[in-house]
Design a protein. Structure first.
Length: 165
């Protein structure tokens, strides 16, 4: 494949899949700015490996794996463990209207540990099988099942309406 053909195929793929991949990155990290960073990391790595990945026909799987691994790496960084204080910014971001349930779901997702969140997103948002999820995360199928089960249980508990009162 010529260099110009290679680049054209890469650009076509990125143009067609960028929005979808960005939403996956957002689901993994819960922040649009971090999602953009994760996507940028993934697209750079995809570009480097493009001929091999394109030949194998596994572009989406390759990018998803990079997104998950980059998200886990970023979550492990010491500055990611810092907690928000009570000090609010002068101009808070406006709340989007009509997306309360989706916001609650994403908040509940972000409360999950990184591996549980990745397992839930890959299994139930992207619809990957247990085996595919295990391959993408580099863990055993049984571990995927336990992460998914624990994650879904935590989501249910976080999303149930408070019946005490």
């Amino acid at each position: 494949m010529k260099g110009t053909d290679r680049e054209a195929a890469y650009v076509d793929y990125v143009t067609a899949r960028r929005a979808h991949l960005r939403r996956i990155a957002y689901a993994l990290c819960g922040d649009w700015h971090r999602a953009d960073d994760l996507l940028q990391i993934a697209l750079v790595k995809l570009y480097v490996a493009w001929p091999r990945v394109r030949r194998a026909g596994s572009e989406d799987a390759y990018v998803r794996k990079i997104l998950v691994r980059a998200s886990i790496d970023e979550a492990r960084r010491p500055w990611r463990r810092e907690r928000v204080t009570d000090d609010l910014p002068e101009h808070p971001a406006p709340e989007p209207t009509g997306v309360e349930e989706r916001t609650a779901l994403f908040d509940a997702l972000q409360a999950l540990p990184t591996q549980q969140r990745a397992a839930v997103v890959l299994r139930h948002w992207l619809g990957l099988s247990v085996a595919e999820t295990a391959a993408e995360l580099g863990i055993n199928e049984g571990t995927v099942k336990s992460h998914t089960s624990r994650g879904l249980t935590a989501l249910r508990l976080n999303l149930e309406p408070n019946t005490t009162g």
